[in-house]
Write a protein that binds this ligand. Structure first.
Ligand SMILES: Cc1cc2nc3c(=O)[nH]c(=O)nc-3n(C[C@H](O)[C@H](O)[C@H](O)COP(=O)(O)O)c2cc1C
Length: 191
């Protein structure tokens, strides 16, 4: 089996957003592992309009949506880095996720939640797990809450807190376990 392809979805498009710092951090830690290809799927670059209909039911997809679909379809697993807004995940993230469906089928999804406060966006994590199940994908059990994101990561996506390095290792180990298991099983039953 070739390298596993694991895109990292950046779930914030806010002006002055902090989430890309954490996305860069986990992208780098993924790429450092043998047998993983990772890159950022940045919703701010796609700038999708409010969803009027799902991709598969449209013959006039908005710019970038077909490419977004192909990247998710090609993925063996996804990482979603989501901030917490008012106790949930951002609308822009749900809007983008809702455009697709078969592309997610039976793939593992690791969720990293980000907040400015002390709880690391755990409410956004819980809500997004429910949504991921409805997409036909599998949220992995490991969590990765990032607290006080303004000060815990720098612009380059580095942290001086060894606890986050440990979290990343555990999170990636878990994600890879599910990625390998589900990829092997999907290969027996491709659809
Ligand atoms: C609309 C909005 C709502 C927010 N609600 C919460 C919240 O419910 N819980 C929390 O811990 N932080 C909340 N915050 C603070 C965010 O966690 C913080 O701004 C973080 O940097 C968001 O990620 P971003 O910078 O990538 O957008 C909120 C921020 C915004 C903009």
């Amino acid at each position: 089996m070739g390298a596993f392809n694991i895109p990292v979805i950046v779930g914030s498009t806010r002006r002055g957003r902090q989430t890309p710092k954490v996305a860069r951090f986990i992208e780098r830690r993924l790429v450092e592992r043998d047998g993983i290809e990772a890159d950022l799927l940045d919703l701010a670059e796609y700038d999708f309009p409010i969803m009027e209909e799902r991709l598969r039911l449209r013959d006039d997809p908005p710019p970038g949506l077909t490419e977004f679909s192909e990247r998710v379809a090609r993925a063996d697993a996804l990482v979603i880095v989501t901030p917490e807004y008012n106790g949930g995940y951002p609308g822009v993230l749900k809007n983008a996720l809702d455009y697709l469906l078969p592309e997610y089928h039976r793939k593992p999804v690791g969720i990293i939640s980000v907040s400015a406060g002390p709880w690391g966006g755990l409410r956004a994590l819980a809500q997004l797990r429910q949504v991921v199940l409805s997409l036909g994908a599998l949220p992995i059990p490991a969590n990765f809450p990032v607290r006080h994101v303004q000060s815990s990561f720098d612009e380059a996506g580095e942290t001086e807190d060894p606890a986050y390095e440990k979290s990343a290792e555990r999170f990636i180990d878990e994600l890879l376990w599910y990625t390998e298991a589900l990829a092997a099983r999907r290969a027996l039953d491709p659809k």
